[in-house]
Write a protein that binds this ligand. Structure first.
Ligand code: XMP
Length: 480
């Protein structure tokens, strides 16, 4: 009955409606453990970057994996381009590089020089029929001014090598002792089987909590359309996680298409977006999934709620979905997606049942997001746009994010966000804020905050009191 719908209307709490109450604590913020899981994959930092074309390409994915989170490469591009970006993350760091780029002794120094420049690397092993004969570095080619020189004329022939069984600790010792940048790995017969670089060894040390696979490479996720089996298959050999990127996952056609992907592609899958108990119930009982992207229309660039009147605000959606996940004993991770501007919204998400948060706005202004900063009125900004904005849709690869009748309706905006410097600093601040929140509510980790933290409603008037008020801040960027 129409009146019953109003009389029994659900309460769609949003982040701004609630606060967390302080609780007795036995943990100091520095002791808080923020680690989480998505399927089998462990993350030290429970943050994923949104698969948006102004947020996550390879630079973002590399930076965020180094900080202990996970980047989800967007799909607003050709399959080849997306595969290239995923491979670039995989190549960015690994203990032993297996697909080594090499030259032959009779190649010209000019050729070696251009490979070094184009691939942005500092040295190349020199091989004949796979056997290591030497190594040529930037330093060698830098001083080779005579254009007719060959690689064998300038390469180092007396190369220090190691075998495949070497440990990272031993590789580090050799690299430091001999002050070398490249350490070729050879088999017993002298065939080149890999390469260890000083850069990778030192990165490992300075980022011990980075998200890495069992070969020491950074982990990376990629977005797909549930209807694009071909894209999923092209990504399958390289990617650690696939994430469906569709505005309304609770749709029979979408679920049926996703079933084909889970049957044919052997990569853990996160699906979404969903926003209700019923959607979660259906998805976790029908699909074998690693996680759920949760929240509809809370994103900073979303106009879905405004245009259609339909929304499942992220806090509400996370609480509802988490109830279904608990009831069915599902291991699917709940990922709060949309409207998480900083640690405040993230800690509320965890309290409502989330295992991780997905960030668009909060990362869009960083150095590692695609595009260069713009200067407007003396201040630096970066462009951030919704995947349903007219300009993102004009690239056409994301049109199936939305249902057929709404393909021509903009469901997102394009705008500017303040430039914030590098991702590492943004994530460090975010993590510090989260740890402080966990300290206030007395939770040592994400499991505990779900159980211990309590929420309270605040009135719209009261909201003003719990933010700086009456005093004009000297220089405050939004959410800094
Ligand atoms: P934030 O608030 O972090 O939100 O900027 C990012 C999330 O918003 C979703 N997204 C959209 N939602 N129209 C929408 O309704 C859009 O154009 C759009 N683009 C992205 C997406 O879930 C993302 O992670």
């Amino acid at each position: 009955m129409p009146w019953d719908k109003l009389a029994n209307a659900d309460v769609a709490f949003t982040f701004g409606d609630v606060i967390l109450l302080p609780g007795k604590t036995e943990v100091e913020p520095s002791e808080v453990d923020l680690s989480t899981h998505i399927g089998e994959m462990g993350l030290h930092v429970p943050i994923l970057s949104s698969p948006m074309d102004t947020v996550t390409e390879e630079n973002m994915a590399i930076a965020i994996a180094r900080m202990g989170g996970l980047g989800v490469i967007h799909r607003n591009c050709t399959v080849d381009e997306q595969v290239r970006m995923v491979k670039a993350v995989k190549r960015a760091e690994s203990f032993i590089i297996r697909d080594v780029i090499t030259v032959s002794p009779t190649d010209s120094v000019e050729k070696a020089k251009s490979i070094l420049r184009e691939m942005n690397i500092s040295g190349l092993p020199v091989v004949v029929d796979g056997k290591l004969k030497g190594i040529i570095t930037r330093r060698d080619v830098y001083f080779a001014e005579n254009g007719s020189l060959k690689v064998e004329d300038v390469m180092t022939k007396d190369v220090i090598t190691v075998s495949s069984g070497i440990t990272p600790q031993d590789a580090r010792k050799i690299i430091s002792e001999y002050k070398i940048e490249k350490l070729p790995v050879v088999d017993k017969k002298g065939y080149l089987v890999g390469l260890i670089t000083a850069k990778d060894v030192f990165y490992r040390e300075s980022h011990p909590f980075a998200t890495r696979d069992n070969k020491g490479r950074l982990r990376v996720a990629a977005a797909i359309s549930p209807f694009d089996l071909e894209r999923a298959k092209a990504l399958e050999p390289y990617v650690d996680l696939l994430v469906t990127d569709i505005a309304h996952f609770h749709n029979e056609n979408v679920i049926a298409a996703t079933k084909r992907i889970t049957n044919e592609v052997d990569v853990p899958l996160v699906v979404g977006n969903i926003g209700t108990y019923e959607a979660a119930e259906e998805v976790i009982t029908r699909l074998d999934i690693a996680g759920l992207r949760v929240g509809i229309a809370s994103g900073s660039i979303c106009t879905t709620g405004e245009v259609t009147g339909v929304a499942a605000p992220t806090l509400y959606a996370v609480a509802k979905v988490s109830e279904a996940v608990a009831k069915y004993g599902s291991s699917a991770a709940v990922i709060a997606d949309g409207g998480v501007r900083g640690p405040a919204e993230a800690s509320k998400s965890f309290t409502a049942g989330a295992d991780a948060v997905m960030l668009g706005f909060a990362l869009a202004g960083t150095k590692e997001s695609p595009g260069s900063p713009l200067i407007v009125g003396g201040k630096m900004y970066k462009v951030y746009r919704g995947m349903g904005s007219p300009s993102a849709r004009s690239r056409r690869f994301v049109l199936d994010r939305y249902s057929k009748p709404s393909k021509d309706i903009a469901e997102g905006i394009e705008g500017l966000v303040p430039y914030r410097g590098d991702v590492a600093t943004v994530i460090e601040k975010f993590v510090a804020g989260l740890k402080a929140a966990f300290g206030y509510v007395g939770a040592a980790n994400i499991t505990e905050i779900k159980i211990k933290a309590k929420m309270a409603l605040v009135s719209p008037i009261g909201t003003r009191e719990i933010a700086p008020h009456d005093v004009k801040p000297m220089d405050r960027l939004p959410h800094d």
